[in-house]
Ligand binder design. Structure first.
Ligand SMILES: Cc1ncc(COP(=O)(O)O)c(C=O)c1O
Length: 380
């Protein structure tokens, strides 16, 4: 069986966890490994301040608190995304105004954001789908003109760039995921990147259950107490130690994934040129971090048949998001606009196996099977 995803271990995770437990005598949060991971991101990507979290969802919830969302405030979110991009703001009381994807790729259509802005709009949440950048210059220009906060949902975007700038460094705030399906993993895990300095102090307090404990441990105050809202957003040192083992191997992990991605692209291009499906589109302003390899089929029927055929041949391929604007939880609250490109990707996109330990032979086999499926008119 070729799985859709298999978590990769560098081999040093247990050593570092043992170091946290035995040498550092610290397994609760905000210890040496947490600080080391946070510094890694601040130095490598120029994020002003980083805080590890227990998930990207948690980092988004922190962002929603920092945006000071009040009931009735509006937040613009693409409908083609994971639930958390919207849920974090809904929990803070926001109304979500869903935006459509572009025709060329699932990212938010920056050209259609301005028409969604009202006097209640507080924030925009661009999601860099598959680690491919949204058009951030246009989004930041609109946000500046209307005084809005931009929260990059960079869950899939580690080590990817927009016009040479790291994703996660452009918006006021950004959230990353280290869930086991991502390029760099810690099982569950996330990171809040804070690029606008006005949010830093409050973010640290929200992170530590509404207390100024981080300032206390730095010796900046002589006691700590309850200052604000918050939660227990910080992960234990066990998670951070695991993550450090992964971060050390980031270059090797990225290089291997990119090689597999290119292999898929080159083998499948002749079929895409014949019109059987579309391949991922990477705009000139964006890089590819090889988080995902997907195809866009010509219909939902063809996609279902392809997934079934691959499964029958021991290859696990999967579709992705369902449109959030027509989800059972939100359809009654959505304003009724149709979002055709979001629906197109919800119906027709299929993700192929992609992980560090996938082999070139595996990729050959997946592509060969896709080739035979289309050459006999979509039958298995
Ligand atoms: C775009 C996007 N945002 C947020 C999340 C949530 O990440 P986590 O599982 O780390 O909470 C995901 C998860 O895959 C995602 O794809």
């Amino acid at each position: 069986m070729i799985d859709f995803n298999r978590p990769h271990f560098t081999g040093r995770e247990l050593k570092y966890i043992q170091q946290a437990v035995v040498d550092n005598h610290k397994i609760s949060g905000n210890g040496l490994f947490t600080k080391q991971c946070q510094r890694f991101f601040e130095e490598k990507y120029g994020f002003k301040k980083c805080l590890l979290t227990t998930s990207c969802t948690d980092a988004l919830e922190m962002a929603a608190i920092l945006c000071d969302i009040q009931p009735g405030d509006e937040v613009i979110v693409p409908s083609y995304t994971f639930v958390s991009s919207a849920l974090a703001f809904v929990r803070a009381g926001a109304k979500i105004v869903f935006a459509d994807s572009m025709e060329r790729n699932p990212d938010i259509d920056a050209g259609k954001i301005e028409e969604l802005i009202t006097s209640r709009t507080k924030a925009i949440v661009p999601v860099h789908y598959a680690g491919v950048a949204c058009d951030m210059d246009r989004i930041m220009e609109i946000a500046e003109r209307y005084g809005l906060i931009v929260v990059e949902d960079a869950a899939q975007s580690i080590d990817s760039f927009y016009k040479g700038r790291p994703l996660g460094s452009i918006g006021h705030l950004a959230a990353f995921s280290f869930h086991e399906t991502k390029n760099i993993i810690s099982g569950e895990g996330g990171l809040l990147a804070i690029n606008d300095e006005r949010f830093i102090r409050r973010a640290e307090i929200i992170w530590e259950k509404g207390t100024n404990r981080a300032e206390f441990f730095r010796g900046e105050v002589n006691k700590y107490g309850w200052c604000d809202t918050g939660s227990s957003f910080l992960p234990s040192e066990v998670i951070a130690a695991f993550l450090w083992a992964q971060l050390e191997d980031m270059t090797a992990i990225q290089d291997k994934r990119k090689a597999l991605w290119m292999q898929y692209f080159n083998l499948l291009k002749p079929l895409a040129d014949k019109g059987f499906f579309r391949l991922p589109d990477i705009p000139d302003y964006a890089t590819n971090n090889a988080h995902m390899f997907y195809l866009v089929c010509n219909s939902i029927e063809e996609r279902s048949a392809l997934i079934k055929c691959l499964k029958e041949n021991d290859i696990q391929a999967v579709f992705h998001y369902l449109s959030l604007h027509s989800s059972p939880f939100y359809r009654d609250k959505h304003d009724g606009r149709s979002l055709p490109y979001c629906d197109l990707f919800a119906d027709c996109l299929v993700r192929l196996p992609m992980y560090y330990d996938l082999t070139e032979t595996d990729v050959d086999r997946v592509c060969h099977q896709i080739g035979s499926f289309f050459k006999i008119d979509g039958r298995c």
